[in-house]
Design a binder for this molecule. Structure first.
Ligand code: IPD
Ligand code: CA
Ligand code: CA
Length: 269
């Protein structure tokens, strides 16, 4: 499908406005007492996840009532439309619940399961990441690019660990240990959407994680691709937001990361 710039920009403007509005709700709630419920053993949800999601959904329902919606906290609407808004109203809930100021709002618009518009907002730094298919990636409306780093040994990477870490077959602990020995360092911020956006800005050189959900990555993968980076499955092959493994990088270190993660490590001299 060939998109008109005007059409994409109009979707992008809506998503940016909603992400900022939802981010303001989270920012105002940050120091307030949280009512925390658990969706699993260690998987929290606060009243602010729900308020943020309600805010975004109400805007979508008003503006695009015929579009489908896939939202983390359950406001999912199947409308038999080729368009689907994919929403994480608060990415980084564990940080947020502990008053660690690293969390984001993520909003993507997919057409036939391909992201055409993605917005991630970081309220604490007032950083708004945005991308539209073929139109580039931006941070606060300034174009961004992935890093030029070619050596894994000089690369700063990020990863994360899923809530099913206690039982998961791929708990990422062995891979984390291996990568720590090969890269410059590996960070764990606690917001996958932000990790990916930071790959897009060149702050990180690469990122990988298992068992993420569609709403964690839908917006930010477009940021990485439009910033000149590469996104795939860890095992190789193209990545869809419904896959349970993701590898994103500046492109240059992609193969080297895959080799370490899949144990095909070249001996260091
Ligand atoms: C989580 C964050 C975290 C990642 C987890 C996600 P949530 O999302 O993105 O960085 O490691 O796997 O589930 O629960 O804070 O929206
Ligand atoms: Ca999330
Ligand atoms: Ca969330």
């Amino acid at each position: 499908m060939k998109w008109k710039n005007k059409e994409l920009k109009s979707y992008l403007n809506f998503a940016m406005e909603w992400a900022k509005g939802a981010g303001d709700i989270l920012y105002r709630g940050f120091n307030q007492t949280k009512q925390i419920n658990y969706k699993g053993r260690i998987d929290p949800v606060t009243q602010f996840d729900l308020q943020s999601e309600r805010f975004i959904i109400s805007r979508i329902e008003k503006t695009f009532p015929e579009y489908s919606i896939l939202a983390e906290e359950g406001d999912t609407i199947e409308n038999n439309s080729s368009f689907c808004w994919v929403i994480d109203p608060l990415d980084g809930t564990v940080n947020y619940a502990h008053k660690i100021p690293i969390y984001t709002v993520s909003i993507a618009l997919q057409y036939n399961r391909q992201t055409i518009v993605g917005v991630v907002y970081d309220p604490e730094r007032d950083e708004l990441f945005s991308a539209a298919k073929g139109l580039g990636a931006f941070l606060n409306r300034k174009r961004i690019k992935v890093s030029p780093q070619k050596k894994l040994e000089r690369s700063l990477l990020a990863t994360g660990f899923a809530y099913n870490i206690g039982t998961a077959r791929k708990n990422n602990l062995g891979m984390f240990a291996r990568m720590m020995k090969q890269a410059q360092a590996v960070r764990r911020l606690g917001s996958a959407a932000l990790d990916l956006c930071w790959v897009a800005t060149g702050r990180f050189d690469g990122f990988w994680e298992y068992y993420l959900h569609p709403w964690d990555t839908a917006a930010a993968i477009l940021m990485v691709e439009e910033a000149g980076g590469k996104v795939s499955k860890i095992s190789g092959g193209s990545y869809s937001i419904f896959d349970r493994e993701i590898l994103a990088s500046n492109g240059h270190i992609h193969l080297a990361m895959r080799e370490v993660l899949t144990r095909k490590i070249k001996k260091r001299k």
